[in-house]
Design a protein around this ligand. Structure first.
Ligand code: FES
Ligand code: FES
Length: 163
């Protein structure tokens, strides 16, 4: 199959590549860019393990062709910590509140929570649960994920108040 030329920014770096038009973004990220944090948990767009951020929106990267993100700004879990390795408040809160077990849903879950807290910096429990309803987890029962997101929201608002 003939390849198309794709150009985008991924985790702040310019990326240019040739890819078959049928290539799903999740495969491009994992196989071409070695960004293997985003995972594949289904083939029906339900699980959200493949969630990345595209131009300020949470997107299931298994449901996007690479050509559709031409020129876009993409963030994956690998781009969420500070360049010096300091974890983002959401990552730290998942650790502290035991919001992960096997870790397979976690890259998608954190990338979604990161965007959710930008959409709604002070969500209620119900808003958190609804806000992550596109992300399935087999291990945690969600409770600690909700706690982690609540803790991250508090941490981020304290930080913002201090600035
Ligand atoms: S892999 Fe399940 S929604 Fe993308
Ligand atoms: S931690 Fe295992 S699927 Fe969520």
């Amino acid at each position: 199959m003939s390849k198309t030329h794709v150009k985008m920014t991924v985790n702040g770096k310019a990326v240019e590549a040739l890819a078959e038009p049928r290539t799903l973004l999740i495969h491009f990220l994992r196989e071409e860019l070695d960004l293997t944090g985003p995972h594949i948990g289904c083939d029906t767009s339900h699980c959200g393990a493949c969630t990345v951020d595209i131009d300020g929106k949470s997107v299931k990267s298994c449901t996007v062709f690479v050509g559709q993100v031409e020129g876009a700004d993409v963030t994956t879990i690998e781009g969420i910590a500070q360049p010096d390795g300091t974890l983002h408040a959401v990552q730290e809160a998942f650790r502290q509140h035991h919001g992960l077990q096997c870790g397979f849903c976690t890259p998608g879950m954190i990338t979604r929570a990161w965007r959710l807290l930008q959409e709604n910096p002070n969500p209620t429990e119900e808003e958190i649960r609804f806000g992550i309803s596109g992300n399935l987890c087999r291990c945690t029962g969600y409770q600690n994920i909700v706690k982690a997101i609540q803790a991250a929201a508090e941490e981020l608002s304290v930080k913002e108040a201090a600035e």
